[in-house]
Design a protein around this ligand. Structure first.
Ligand SMILES: [Zn+2]
Ligand SMILES: [Zn+2]
Length: 394
């Protein structure tokens, strides 16, 4: 047997890593080397299996302790030791929905539109039994407007479906399943040299004990083929980054009469160039003329429901906040909408004409200190500051 790598090294974590750190490290590797993301790449597959095996041990406190104490032998051969009958040829023993369900919380990178990866495929005890299709997860980036107004999307996806040539059996017409020669039909093989021996799932038949005599020419024996499908998706109002939409029965097709899996769509909402969003609340900076703010006027504020007009009292200061209750994001669950906070943001007039400039010059001449109470208060604070300086320097 080849020298096994240290499990901590495989996951790239310290010996003292917490359960969360281990999980997070595994999640990163699983995302990177997931077989569905690296079709046909044997080295990625090996890395995925290696990481899965390490995670299997290190995520279990008992196994981890034995591993820390005795190394690989502790988990492979100790009493109640690591069960090599479990199959690491795929990723069936790992609850990917759990791992990927936390994708957004973990700040993982987002793939592009239509980036698909499958969930875990369960071991099939009886190769002829119906098999439910895999749940599939895709990431979808949508515009902020779609999150506010809701939208209809049509997704062009290529999803695994039962091969129509062989009906999902993977066998060519007229051929049957025959006993696997590698394991003699037992589904397991014994590996190792001399002293140490391990039972492993048969690599030829994957534990089924039988193999396809002649693989179906259309699907190559997998029983599945990728089929292009157009799926319509309704995005409800109020979704946010991290919202997960479930489309029942729209995942991978089942095999041999099994029902299809589900399709999950993980959303990422792009930032708006108008609003800042914090959950259900929205904030917006509204450019206002300081002249209007001085004499009083109105301010037009965009809201998800349309424009709203806010009365500006004479003397409205820059940065003044107005809260519009219930004018924020619509609630996804049908509850109350959030609030919208509009902030007055002075825009100093640009590109003045001679006449405008003249008027402002005249105005500047007749404004005095009483027009600027904040400037007066500020001048007073500055004076006190320098008075202290003189006192301290004695
Ligand atoms: Zn076999
Ligand atoms: Zn086929």
């Amino acid at each position: 047997m080849a020298e096994k790598r240290d499990y901590y090294e495989v996951l790239g974590v310290e010996k003292s890593a917490t359960a969360d750190q281990i999980k997070s490290a595994y999640r990163k590797l699983a995302m990177k080397y997931h077989p569905d993301r690296n079709p046909g790449d044997e080295s990625a597959k090996t890395k995925f299996q290696e990481a899965s095996e390490a995670y299997e041990v290190l995520s279990n406190p008992e196994k981890r302790q034995r591993y820390d104490q005795y190394g690989h032998q502790g988990v492979n051969f100790g009493p109640g030791g690591f069960d090599f009958g479990r199959d690491f040829s795929g990723f069936q023993d790992v609850d990917l929905s759990d791992l990927f369900g936390n994708l957004f919380g973990g700040g993982g990178g987002f793939g592009s539109f239509g980036d698909l990866f499958g969930g875990g495929r369960r071991r099939q005890a009886d190769p002829n039994a119906p098999e439910r299709g895999r749940d599939m997860t895709m990431e979808l980036e949508i515009d902020f407007d779609e999150a506010v107004f809701g939208s209809e999307r049509s997704l062009d996806l290529s999803l695994p479906e039962q091969c129509d040539e062989c009906g999902g059996t993977g066998a060519a017409k007229g051929s049957k399943r025959a006993k696997c020669h590698t394991c003699g039909g037992r589904g397991q093989v014994v590996r190792g040299n001399g002293f140490f021996q391990v039972r492993q799932t048969c690599p030829t038949c994957g534990g089924a004990g039988t193999v396809i005599e002649k693989p179906c020419p259309k699907c190559g024996g997998s029983g599945q083929m990728r089929v292009k499908r157009t799926i319509s998706l309704r995005i409800p109002k109020g979704v946010d980054t991290g919202s997960r939409l479930r489309l029942a029965g729209k995942g991978a097709g089942g095999l041999r009469g099994g029902e299809p899996g589900d399709l999950y769509v993980l959303l990422r909402v792009r930032d708006s160039d108008v609003f800042l969003r914090d959950g259900l609340d929205l904030a917006v900076d509204v450019p206002v003329s300081p002249v209007d703010a001085a004499v009083g006027g109105s301010m037009d504020v965009p809201t998800p429901e349309g424009m709203a007009s806010i009365k500006l009292p004479a003397g409205t200061p820059n940065g003044k906040l107005f809260r519009l209750r219930g004018k924020g994001m619509p609630s996804l669950r049908g509850g109350a909408s959030g609030d919208l906070v509009a902030r007055v943001t002075f825009e100093v007039p640009q590109r003045l004409t001679a006449k405008q400039r003249g008027l402002l010059d005249d105005l500047a001449k007749i404004l005095d200190e009483t027009n600027f109470p904040e400037r007066q208060a500020f001048a007073q604070r500055v004076k006190t500051f320098f008075a202290h300086k003189e006192k301290l320097n004695g």
